[in-house]
Design a protein around this ligand. Structure first.
Ligand SMILES: Cc1cc2nc3c(=O)[nH]c(=O)nc-3n(C[C@H](O)[C@H](O)[C@H](O)COP(=O)(O)O)c2cc1C
Length: 208
């Protein structure tokens, strides 16, 4: 009898962890990267604050030049506020059906000591890397959103002045903070296939 119990316990111990692994199976980072695609239609359902913070944590995990972290995020979740700021224009449906809109902004200046003057006081200087840094954050945001089972699309801000000006004004951005992109996020109402972009001819091995 004791042996039967022992055998049953051993079988359960070997099966249960794999069941649990299946229940909580998360896609690999490569799966997430390869299956992400732009989503431009949402159900209108809300996105929770927890989900938004997880997405923003992923954004802030991106690399930045000199670890400058020039990103600033404006999150808009109120339906009326989303419609008021982003609801005009021919493709406004991707905003008005979203659960949240994240405006990825970059601070274009940073406080630094002048180059080669370690004893000097910090002064405000242009941060020429702000849009690369914020682009890395924006891509992380798109990937984290997809990993959570939500959808998103990068829509252009910088450098299109006609897109930057109304958003900067509506959000009250300081003069040295520029909206790089506007990302509506929500529960997908469409299921487009990821595009196959693999083109070996775009790779030059060892030399052009
Ligand atoms: C810099 C940039 C600007 C973009 N601007 C827009 C935009 O204004 N509106 C839009 O619907 N999609 C925009 N997109 C999304 C692209 O159209 C989309 O990423 C591209 O067609 C590839 O499709 P995929 O994201 O599904 O792989 C933009 C993407 C980038 C990187």
């Amino acid at each position: 009898m004791k042996r039967i119990f022992l055998l049953a316990a051993m079988i359960a111990a070997s099966i249960l962890p794999s069941c649990k692994a299946q229940e909580t199976a998360t896609p690999s980072a490569l799966d997430v990267i390869m299956t992400r695609t732009s989503i431009r239609s949402f159900t209108g359902e809300a996105v929770s604050k927890d989900q938004i913070e997880t997405i923003l944590k992923a954004g802030m995990a991106a690399p930045t030049a000199m670890n400058g972290q020039p990103w600033r995020f404006v999150v808009v979740t109120g339906k009326d506020r989303i419609a008021e700021i982003f609801g005009a224009g021919p493709r406004s449906g991707m905003f008005t059906t979203a659960g949240a809109v994240i405006v990825v902004c970059g601070q274009t200046t940073m406080m630094r000591k002048p180059f080669g003057q370690p004893d000097a006081a910090e002064v405000e200087m242009p941060n020429i890397f702000w849009y690369e840094d914020c682009s890395a954050a924006a891509e992380n945001i798109l990937l984290a959103t997809h990993a959570l089972g939500l959808g998103a699309v990068w829509t252009a801000g910088y450098p299109a002045e006609e897109r930057i000006a109304p958003i900067a004004s509506a959000l009250g951005l300081p003069a040295n903070v520029v909206p790089l992109c506007i990302i509506p996020i929500g529960v997908p109402a469409e299921n487009p296939q990821p595009k196959d972009k693999w083109k070996p001819e775009n790779i030059h091995w060892e030399q052009w």
